[in-house]
Design a protein around this ligand. Structure first.
Ligand SMILES: O=C(O)CCC(=O)C(=O)O
Ligand SMILES: [Fe+2]
Length: 360
């Protein structure tokens, strides 16, 4: 039988504050079932058929985008625009970032999560924009149920931050963040062009040179009852574009045509999705798609999501040239990226999707 809920909390100076990491919870022999505060029920009617070929995300060949012939580039940009409009999710292949670097990054994060709990404590801060932050679930102070995941978030741009442990993390994360940002920059150019704008339009409007980049690692240990828990519940990402890599375990699902579809990416590919700031810029043409992470009962899954956004002081607004061309009125008021992120991390996000607070 699962122990009482309170066994997961520890008294600290008389306050019930700390929640044990999911690594510790899952590693405890006492748990052969999901403790009640982690219980999450999915709607079976929304589960897409994994074998349906309709249900695989589009693929964008990065090499053709950056060094193809002019004709090839035009074609890939068209495909990119279609992927953003119809899916909001796609995989990027032939991007030139070595698979060995991706594996080393995942490995470095795994070694971080494997550090003794005591050694991770110094990074357990509460403030959203602290340069380095680790923890469990999402926001244990306000959430209604807990997530089957631990996280580590490190801001890599505009200032590069890093951890001094585990050994090697710093070097590998510097290289990985730079290379990933280069890919994101090219994707952003392609997206600008797919909208009929100059390649650097969005980068300039969003102060990309000071833009935020976060290395957000997720640790999802094997779960005894995967159908009764969730790694990350349905959400949209706050930025412009997120690039994601994962170890050999899948678990990312995207909502496509009202069904949850498991993302099957090619080994070494980046999984890319559109974020809320892009949806605002394009006045809903390119949607920030709902996605979630499910857990499994076989092995630990690690994913590293790398959201790229505007600079913190930049408010995204529907692009005037697009509004004019489409004869549309703007659907959103502006809010700085920093305020938007705070909104998304706070209780308001449990009431309605954050974009709805900005909708005119
Ligand atoms: O683990 C995953 O596949 C999803 C991660 C994610 O959506 C996020 O960190 O925002
Ligand atoms: Fe996400």
């Amino acid at each position: 039988m699962a122990p009482a809920v309170t066994s997961l909390t520890e008294a600290s100076n008389g306050h019930e504050t700390e929640v044990a990491s999911i690594k510790r919870v899952a590693g405890s022999a006492a748990f052969s079932s999901v403790p009640s505060e982690y219980t999450y029920t999915k709607n079976p009617n929304e589960q897409g058929d994994a074998n349906d070929p309709e249900h695989s995300i589009p693929t964008i060949d990065f090499a053709l985008l950056t060094s193809g012939s002019p004709d090839q580039r035009v074609k890939v940009i068209e495909e990119l625009g279609r992927a953003c409009e119809e899916w909001g999710f796609f995989q990027v292949t032939n991007h030139g970032v070595p698979e060995s670097l991706m594996k080393s990054m995942i490995d470095a994060c795994h070694r971080f999560f494997d550090l003794p709990e005591e050694e991770k404590k110094e990074f357990q801060t509460k403030k959203l924009l602290d340069p380095i932050r680790c923890g469990t679930s999402a926001n244990v102070a306000i959430e209604k149920f807990r997530l089957w995941r631990d996280f580590l978030k490190v801001i890599a741009h505009p200032e590069f931050n890093s951890l001094y442990k585990p050994a090697g993390y710093s070097e590998v994360s510097l290289e990985f963040s730079k290379k990933t940002r280069e890919v994101a920059t090219e994707i952003l150019k392609g997206i600008s062009e797919s909208l009929g704008l100059e390649a650097d339009y969005i980068a300039k409007a969003m102060n990309w040179d000071r833009g935020l980049q976060i290395l957000a690692a997720n640790y999802y240990p094997a779960c005894p009852q995967p159908d009764k828990a969730i790694g990350l519940p349905p959400h949209t990402d706050h930025g412009l574009v997120t690039l994601l890599i994962q170890n050999e375990m899948g678990g990312l699902e995207v909502k496509h045509k009202d069904q949850w579809v498991l993302v099957n990416a090619a080994p070494g590919a980046f999984i890319v999705n559109i974020g809320d700031q892009m949806q605002i810029l394009t006045n809903d043409k390119y949607k920030s798609i709902w996605h979630r992470a499910v857990v499994n009962n076989k092995a630990t899954r690690i994913s590293i999501a790398v959201p790229h956004g505007p600079s913190l002081d930049t408010p995204a607004l529907p692009i005037p040239e697009l509004l004019k061309r489409e004869g549309q009125a703007p659907k959103y008021v502006g809010m700085t990226y920093e305020k938007f992120m705070e909104l998304q991390a706070g209780p308001a996000a449990y009431v309605k999707p954050c974009l709805d607070y900005l909708r005119i």
